[in-house]
Design a protein. Structure first.
Length: 289
């Protein structure tokens, strides 16, 4: 039978080995819950999707994960800036507005690129509209006032054409989600709308009966895809662990399942250059031309 001394030595060796193993994975002692904010841009089918993503991240991070969902970009951004979240999936516009306080974590890859467009859509029954200016005195649906693709870009297009956006349409309204822009246009509640290309293209695959009731009239230039960001005050190890977990999704069975539901290829490390043309758009819109 081993002596008490030998038992203590063996126990110490086991603890040391486990510590070294965890440190190699970047997870040593990091069991604090990760809180991640999502908005209505994540329109995949409900609880099962979120649960699968939570299961994947919890396993990979070896720490609890909580998704916090809110309706608007602004609500999620406020929670992140207040320190109530560790990370959030935001639009490029709000990331740029708070760049001094936020740090890029990852950027999704859609059709192999960290890029997307703003789509101008109209009802499929409308065969005449060819450009935004054809919708003068019509009803127009925006997604969110902090969305580049769903609000800022169409504003930019009108301003660039020498048109004052406030007086161009007969009426405008916010749906507070990109999918609901598609719904509003498909149902004829609006004669036009601005929507994230990622959402429209995903609906074309997953809900073609809805997308077929709309028609894409025009596409914006490519812009940096809405990123996942953290507060600059987040511990570097936690940020690195989360970044690595997201990067690993495409090579993991559970992670790949979530990506398939999201209609994404994976996540990549972002850089601010992706958002330079959004920054240019912000300046033009805020200056009124």
């Amino acid at each position: 039978m081993p002596t008490e001394y030998v038992k203590r030595v063996l126990a110490a060796c086991v603890i040391t080995v486990l510590s070294i193993s965890n440190t190699a994975n970047g997870l040593a002692g990091d069991t604090k819950e990760y809180r991640i904010g999502l908005t209505s841009v994540i329109f995949a089918d409900g609880t099962a999707f979120v649960n699968d993503w939570r299961t994947y991240l919890t396993h990979h991070l070896q720490a609890p994960v909580k998704f916090v969902q809110r309706q608007t970009y602004r609500e999620v951004t406020d929670l992140l800036l207040a320190g109530d979240l560790d990370a959030a999936w935001l639009c490029g516009y709000l990331y740029l507005q708070h760049r001094d306080e936020l740090e890029l974590l990852n950027v999704p890859l859609f059709k192999g690129k960290p890029l997307y467009h703003s789509y101008l859509i109209v009802p499929s029954s409308d065969t005449k509209t060819r450009k935004l200016t054809d919708l003068k005195k019509k009803v127009f649906a925006y997604s969110d006032p902090d969305s580049h693709s769903g609000y800022r870009y169409p504003q930019l297009s009108l301003i660039s054409a020498g048109i004052e956006p406030k007086h161009f349409f007969a009426k405008t309204f916010f749906t507070w989600s990109h999918r609901d822009v598609v719904n509003a246009v498909a149902d004829g509640v609006a004669q036009g709308g601005a929507v994230d290309s990622y959402v429209w293209e995903t609906l074309a695959e997953k809900d073609p009966q809805l997308s077929r009731r709309t028609r894409v009239v025009s596409k914006s230039p490519e812009y940096g895809f809405p990123p996942l960001v953290t507060q600059r005050g987040l511990a570097q190890r936690r940020a690195d662990n989360l970044r690595e977990a997201l990067m690993h999704m495409s090579s993991d069975d559970m992670g790949s399942k979530v990506l398939q539901i999201l209609n994404l290829d994976g996540f990549t490390v972002g850089n601010d250059d992706l958002y330079n043309n959004i920054a240019d758009s912000i300046r033009i819109v805020e200056q009124g031309g």
